[in-house]
Each structure stands twice: as structure tokens, then as C-alpha cells.
Write a protein that binds this ligand. Sequence first.
Ligand SMILES: Cc1cc2nc3c(=O)[nH]c(=O)nc-3n(C[C@H](O)[C@H](O)[C@H](O)COP(=O)(O)OP(=O)(O)OC[C@H]3O[C@@H](n4cnc5c(N)ncnc54)[C@H](O)[C@@H]3O)c2cc1C
Length: 433
Amino acid sequence: MRYVIVGTGVAGIAAIEAIRSLDKKGEVIMVGDDPHGFYSRPGLAYYLTGEMHDKGLFPKTRDDYARLDFKYHKASVSKINRFEKSLLLDGKTPLPYDKLLIATGAIAAPLTVPGANLKGVVKLDHLEDARHILSLAKRGRTAIVVGGGITALELTEGLLARGVTVQYLLRGDRYWSNVLDEHESRIVEARLQEEGVTLHFHSEITEVLGKNGKVSGVRLLNGQSLKCDILAYAIGIKPRVELAREAELALDRGMLVNEFMQTNDSDIYAAGDVAQVYDPASGRSVLDSLWSPAREQGFTAGLNMAGQKKPYIKSPPFNVTRLAGLTTTIIGAVGHGLDEDIVGIARGDSETWRQLPDASVAQSGFDVNRIRLLVGEKNLIGAVVMGDQTLSMPLQKIISGKMDISSVRDKLLTQNAKIADLVMEYWSNYVAA
Ligand SMILES: Cc1cc2nc3c(=O)[nH]c(=O)nc-3n(C[C@H](O)[C@H](O)[C@H](O)COP(=O)(O)OP(=O)(O)OC[C@H]3O[C@@H](n4cnc5c(N)ncnc54)[C@H](O)[C@@H]3O)c2cc1C
């Protein structure tokens, strides 16, 4: 049996771990076009700020790879020939497979205005992008960052940490409005302003201005021009579905898979940022751009490829991240309902967060330590924890375990409820029982 994995990200690596847990003898081949192989993409944010160095980005040792016993081809896959069950590497070398996993991830959605290909216009997908940004930051003194999610803030923080003056452009009237509530957005914005970032709301770029092939500024929809040496954008992501499209595999925005991570070709699986996975909670197939789901999907795909029929159970997505220096955990559905902006999923983001199911909101804490809960009939459905993270783990368990919170529900929803104390009391009782 020959298993071929396309993509050296966490989904691909997890698939190999799963295959090897069941099949010690089969041949496993990984193909990837990133010169650095497998590394932590979330770590790139800390690499930009200087808090993490090259070594810290690479979680696996040579021994780990040796134990997994697979061959690695540094190549780009240019075609899947489903009828011959073979890939084409770098447009010339065929590679036959018995079972194939597509784990090609996603890339930053491109900036499509005139001038977007000028030097100094950057995005943050790969380690090479991060290195490029750092080399520009040495010379550039002013940057404009555009985009509404986590990566745009990571770019802002990284550039600030390197002494670059940053102006941050937002399309709407507040930061990340389809996931955060107004108060949370304002907390993040105030902290950015304290760090010296100039915010521009209702701002959309219509043209990137340049001089001698390099970016020199941007023109906005309202006619205003702003100067900069670097323009960094993070305006959403695009799953890398080109191979699947050409091979006529089932697609929506990502590659559609069933609960066994299988595409409409029973020998081809997909996992991670490229896959669009059925979510029983919403009855829709959703995109996640999160490390843990990518790993879990990859592992599930590997088990199924090696013959163990195991469904992927999508749990409420969570992310512990830093928003303008403030540790923030986002769990489950916390948004304001599905809107037309749903396509604009960003890095480290989940479409599930944007859902607002039938739930009431409980919130407390109005400075930097803040908790917002989405309270359903009997369960908690989502939470945003900003600042103090004591409750982050218990809330993750309460939400993903669909624990019955009837005993505290009414108290949580009373005005001025001490939510942190109530959740802690509930959790302590559960742990003691
Ligand atoms: C800057 C940044 C910050 C992030 N922050 C967070 C965070 O805070 N929390 C969180 O949970 N998630 C975060 N994420 C998202 C998380 O890293 C991804 O969800 C996860 O890495 C997806 O893994 P993957 O294996 O699906 O894809 P990837 O890691 O994207 O790997 C796909 C690989 O496939 C290769 N490939 C693609 N096409 C081909 C081809 N045709 N031939 C050969 N190789 C190919 C690519 O080069 C790439 O190496 C962040 C991502 C970035 C970039």
C-alpha cells in the first residue's frame, strides 16, 4: 500500500502519525513545496515580534521524523490524475498512489487593487513571508496594515515591535465586528492606540501608490492618500483547491469531505485549511483556519486511509490568541449571526464563531478582564474570555462537553451577575463530584 500526503503542514504530519499507528509496513510519501517543511504557522506571529526564534518554530526533531518512517519529496504537485491514480510532481515526474491525502492548506486572499504587486506589499502565509517582512522592517519606517482578523493584528504588533510606525485601516466601524462585540472591539482599539497605532475606520484601499517599483502609499475610496514604506494585508484566506478543481473533485469554498474526511473519490481524502467539513451543529459545511482542527482532521483522515473507519467529530472551535497584547480565548459560537461577510474567514479563525444560535448573552467585567457567554437553553454555546484566563480551560470543557448548566443558568442571566464566580463555583462542584 502506498499512501501519498500532499502538504507538509500539521494536517499532513498528523495523518502520517495516524497511518503509522495502524500500518507499520505501508509506504508513506509526503510531498510539499515549502522549503522549510513542517513548522508552527501560529508561531510566525511571535517570530515577527522577536519572541520566538527559528528553532522554536520547528516542533519535531530528526528522531521524530525517523520514527514516522516516511519519504519526503520537496516538490510542487501540479496535477492529480485520478484515473491512473497518480500525481504529477513539478510538471514532469509521475508519482502513483493507492490512498491520497490533499492537505494543501490555504493562502492569504490576494489584494486585487492596482499596484498590489509593488515591492513592499506583503502578507503573512509562510516563514519566507515573515523573513521578508523583517528585512523590510529594517529599512521601512512606516507601514499600513489592512484587514480585520487576528493576522492583521499580528502584523501590526510585529511591525510595532520592530520600531515601525503603523497605521491600521479597517473597512467597517470597529475591529473584527463579526466575532467580537462592540465592547471587546473597543478594548482592542484603545490598546492599539495606546501603543501608538493610528486607526482609520470606514477605509478601503482603491490603489497602491508606488515610486521606482516600490510602494509609497495608498489611495482610499474617500479620495484620501496615506504614505507608507510597507503595506501589509490580511483580508481573508483562500483554501488551495486548484488541484482538486482540475481533478473535478467536489468543491464549495473548500474541498468537500464526509465525516471520514473522504472526498467524492473514495481513495482521495482532504484535511486542514483546504477542507470544508460538515458541522452537525449548524447543518452546514464550514471552514476552520485553526491549528487544532487541522491536526484532528489530518489524524482522522490518516486512520481512515489506513483502514480504520473513524468519523471526525467537530468540536466547538477555540483559539487562545493575543489581541493587541491581551490574551483572548474564543470558544464556540460567539458572533452576530451569519452574514454576507462569512466568506472572509481569516487566519486563526472559524466560521463557527460567527454563528449566533438561539442564545442569550451574559457578560461581566468592563475593563481588560472580561467574559462574555452565549447561554443556550441548557448549555453554554460560546464564550469570549479576555485578560485573566483562569476560566478559559473550564469554559472550554463546559462548552465542548455540552454540560448541563441549568442549575446556574438563571443566575448567569441576572443583571450584574458575577459570571466568573458563578462559572468557577459550577466548575468546582463538577470537579468535586
Ligand atoms: C500567521 C498565522 C497565524 C496563525 N495563527 C493561528 C492561531 O493563533 N491559532 C490557530 O489555531 N491557528 C492559527 N493559524 C492557522 C493555522 O496555522 C492553520 O490552520 C494550520 O496551519 C493549517 O494546517 P494545514 O496542514 O491544513 O495547512 P498548511 O499549514 O497551510 O500546510 C499546507 C502545506 O501544503 C503545501 N502545498 C500547498 N499546495 C501544494 C502543492 N500543489 N504541492 C506541494 N505542496 C503544496 C504548502 O506549501 C504548505 O506547506 C495561523 C496561521 C498563520 C499563517
